[in-house]
Design a binder for this molecule. Structure first.
Ligand code: NOJ
Length: 568
């Protein structure tokens, strides 16, 4: 081992790569002129007179960065998974009616994960299907029969075939389960409103009440004849009454039935709003709501265990600060919540070239959640303007991808993010859920008919077929990142330490002897990192996992540049 006395020497050993078009001449990637391996070590000797690059925003400290997030001590399958959210209606149509369906989805499973090592599949192993139950709407969040599938998506046999094919490839499947409310057209509500049956299955008032939504300004009570019913989202979606044991029993049985049919868990819609205790704060996160989910989750765990099956994934949409979301994971509750705080911070960090924002949020989470709590990391979902549109700049979108897989948590990709699918131009929800773009041409490979929503006109660049042919495409980057994540304990479940210096972010992940450092320059100017070997925890040599290059000298990280380094 060559020993270099570098007590305060700027790192001079790793490769940074950015978007190919932005390679920076100051980056010394000339492997021929660099040793195969450059090792930095620390001694007590004074630093020799070594010429190093300096940058205005160096970290003065040589302390190791503090622990930001602990390793997962007892990883479960969902801690290691890479998730993918699909809107079945928009993924693949098999029969030319312009509406995606189960057969279409099945035909695209090899794209998601062909079940074989290597190859050019995406490599995800966890699929979230947005609502597939019978529903009168396009979005499906207003269910009319929890035990039936939306016939537009196919038959029971089609669904079973899909599930079997997904499992054969090692893909677990979770369904969107919308328990808080159902459709106004559900026979339960019709009977309840008519007074013929199900009297207490919904939340009724004989007097007008003036409660607003807890997340908006619209009314929560809706007139129906001479009475009013509670529907926190909309008049078309009456809330079910979970203080009624019959409702709880029915919806618990529904969940168990789909588990028995082979699904692996649920994405749980709107978990914060189940049981109301009054206006305002009594409309969200109430103690009875939290207790309800705990009981429900325990029952589902027991149900699976008694069938000899692994714990189901129960991922809650608690769209709130993590201090609130964490409560849904307390003491035997749900086993994952989506990290909305992190998604917002990640976006803000990228938009403002300010990794500090992200670091503050990520590191504040430690201690808020129970030990080993799983958090779903994501960039955007079906309720948000697509990330490629919000970030606009392709290079920033690549950084977002690296962050998604370098940060702790279970990453979820919203379909199309991997090709940079843009939002539609309207401001409605449909614009966030447009057809997946498989290839250029009419129907973009999604349908032979007329798509239920028009596709964007950019499939000549934003499509799976085109990007599969390009080694430096966003899709190629996603494929690499997912493969690396799937093969790395450090990335999947390791501890996290962050190094922040101006626009530069280092994400140091570690599990056992494995150490991976993601280096990202979120800014528009090149930056030279000044992290010492001490800060990285000792002697270092590095291989860039994205380019395969061994360590060479880093003069600077180019604007929007990044590297994913295995430290030896
Ligand atoms: C949250 C879902 O994500 C959103 O899309 C839906 O409209 C509401 N819940 C109501 O179900």
């Amino acid at each position: 081992m060559r020993r270099l006395a570098w007590a305060s020497v700027a790192l001079a050993w790793f490769v940074a790569c950015g978007p190919p078009a932005q390679s920076d001449p100051t980056l010394d990637t000339d492997a021929a002129s660099a040793p195969d391996e450059v090792v930095a070590d620390l001694t007590d000797e004074p630093a020799p007179d070594v010429a190093v690059d300096t940058a205005p925003d160096v970290l003065p400290s040589t302390d190791p960065p503090p622990l930001c997030r602990s390793a997962i001590a007892q990883p479960q399958w969902y801690h290691r998974a890479v998730g993918y959210e699909v809107f079945v209606r928009s993924f693949q149509d098999s029969d030319g009616d312009g509406i995606g369906d189960f057969k279409g989805l099945t035909s695209r499973l090899d794209y998601l994960n062909d079940g074989k090592p290597g190859g050019d599949d995406l490599g995800i192993d966890l699929l979230w299907l947005m609502p597939v139950n019978a529903s009168p709407s396009d979005h499906g969040y207003d269910v009319t029969d929890y035990r039936k599938l939306n016939p537009q998506y196919g038959t029971d046999a089609d669904f079973n075939a899909f599930l079997t094919a997904a499992h054969a490839r090692g893909i677990r499947v979770v369904l969107d389960l919308v328990l808080n409310h159902c459709s106004k057209q559900h026979p339960w509500f019709q009977a309840s409103a008519a007074g013929t049956d199900k009297a207490d299955w919904f939340v009724w008032s004989d007097v007008a009440l003036n409660w607003k939504q807890p997340f908006g300004n619209s009314p929560s009570w809706h007139a129906n004849g001479k009475r009013w019913f509670y529907g926190v989202f909309a008049d078309s979606m009456p809330d079910l009454n979970y203080t009624n044991p019959a409702v709880t029993a029915e919806l618990t049985d529904v969940a168990q039935t789909w588990l028995d049919r082979g699904v692996d868990g649920y994405r749980l819609d709107a978990v914060r709003y189940l049981i109301e205790t009054g206006a305002g704060n009594g409309q969200k996160d109430t103690p009875p709501t939290l207790a309800w989910w705990q009981t429900w989750a325990t029952q589902l765990r027991q149900h699976q265990a008694s069938a000899g099956k692994p714990e189901p994934l129960m991922v809650g949409e608690a769209w709130a600060a993590n201090a609130i979301a964490a409560q849904y994971q307390a003491a035997g509750g749900l086993n994952m919540t989506f990290d909305f705080d992190l998604a917002a911070a990640l976006l803000a960090s990228l938009q403002n070239a300010a990794p500090e924002t992200l670091a503050q949020v990520l590191c504040a989470e430690e201690g808020v959640f129970p030990k080993d709590a799983a958090r779903g990391t994501f960039l955007t979902n079906h309720d948000m303007v697509r990330i490629a549109t919000q970030l606009a700049e392709p290079a920033a979108n690549r950084l977002a991808a690296v962050l998604l897989f370098a940060l702790p948590g279970t990453p979820w990709v919203y379909y199309g993010e991997e090709i940079g699918l843009q939002n539609g131009t309207d401001s409605n929800d449909e614009a966030k859920r447009q057809p997946m773009q498989w290839q250029p041409g009419a129907g973009v490979g999604f349908t032979t008919g007329t798509p239920w929503q028009p596709a964007n006109g950019d499939a000549a660049t934003v499509s799976v077929q085109v990007q599969t042919a390009q080694a430096d495409s966003l899709l190629a980057l996603y494929r690499k990142l997912i493969a690396l994540r799937q093969a790395s304990d450090a990335l999947a479940v390791g501890e996290t330490r962050l190094l922040v210096a101006g626009s530069l972010l280092g994400v140091l992940r570690k599990a056992g002897q494995e150490r991976i450092l993601a280096v990202l320059n979120l800014g528009a100017a090149a930056v030279t990192p000044a992290w010492t070997a001490l800060q990285l925890g000792g002697p270092v040599a590095a291989t860039d996992l994205l380019t395969g290059a061994t360590a060479t000298n880093l003069r600077s990280v180019p604007p929007r540049g990044f590297a994913l380094l295995r430290l030896q």
